[in-house]
Ligand binder design. Structure first.
Ligand SMILES: [Zn+2]
Length: 266
């Protein structure tokens, strides 16, 4: 049996950012040596983002949903065997997965909106989550926040990207990076279909030092793709983000392929 099969659940939890402690350390150690599990982790992160985007879109990606559901349903095998301190029941893990996924969906739905809305939407989301007081003023804010959130997340809402007149759709990406949390969310659209045996790779180009690999991804049939919270070293300042076309296994030390899109921080 391939050793990495036992990590299926933990990979899903890690993708959602909710794996902690010994289990996280064990999995991260395994990831250093296992390209298969690294790829699975990248795919899970992409799947999560696709699920979030599809909530408001016309085409639910059944494959992504099924994979996550499988990960949730899969009974943890190594937890009973090797953990003595904290043994979490499977329902707890499933609940954690759902709760965290729900939070991730809300954030992702907000992030996919245009830049103008992002700051407003994030603060509104915090209001919705954080409001526990019964004060009238806060209730009024909550009503406003819910009204805006319901528009942003409505499946019936039209979503239109406006570009300069008479320009064909061009490849485009948007990276939202929070340095002090090493948190990165990347959304791309209109990417050309991948040639055979190639893959797109996102790079963070620091202010100094070598490029940092920030995730492999394949666009869907419409050229859309996402990278959500790839593993990144702590606190690296980003000067530029670049997407390159790489051999299918990806590059690790530096880009080998040509740049497809790039952008500098504001
Ligand atoms: Zn593995």
């Amino acid at each position: 049996m391939a050793a990495h099969e036992q990590f299926a659940d933990d990979l899903a939890l890690l993708a959602l950012g909710s794996l902690q402690g010994d289990e996280r350390a064990t999995l991260e150690k395994h990831l250093q040596d296992c390209a298969g599990c690294r790829l699975e982790l990248d795919q899970l992160r992409g799947d999560m983002a696709l699920m979030a985007l599809s909530t408001a879109g016309p085409r639910p990606p059944a494959r992504s949903r099924q994979r996550l559901m499988d990960a949730i349903a899969h009974e943890p095998q190594h937890a009973e065997k090797s953990r003595t301190a904290v043994t979490r029941p499977s329902w707890w893990r499933a609940a954690t997965l759902f709760v965290t996924a729900a939070g991730a969906l809300v954030i992702l739905l907000l992030v996919r909106q245009d830049t103008i809305l992002i700051h407003q939407a994030q603060s509104l989301a915090q209001q919705v989550i954080g409001l526990q007081s019964d004060s009238l003023a806060q209730q009024a804010e909550l009503v406003d926040a819910r009204a805006i959130l319901s528009t942003l997340t409505s499946p019936d809402a039209q979503r239109v990207t406006l570009v300069a007149a008479k320009t064909p759709p061009r490849p485009q990406g948007k990276a939202i990076y929070l340095r002090n949390r090493s948190s990165l969310i990347f959304l791309a659209s209109n990417l050309p279909p991948l040639p055979a045996e190639k893959i797109y790779e996102l790079w963070l180009i620091p202010e100094s030092g070598p490029p940092v690999a920030a995730g492999l991804f394949k666009p869907d049939a419409h050229g859309s793709a996402t990278v959500v919270n790839p593993p990144l070293p702590a606190g690296v300042g980003a000067k530029t983000f670049v997407v390159t076309l790489e051999p299918e296994s990806g590059s690790h030390e530096a880009p080998r392929g040509s740049a497809v899109i790039s952008g500098q921080g504001e």
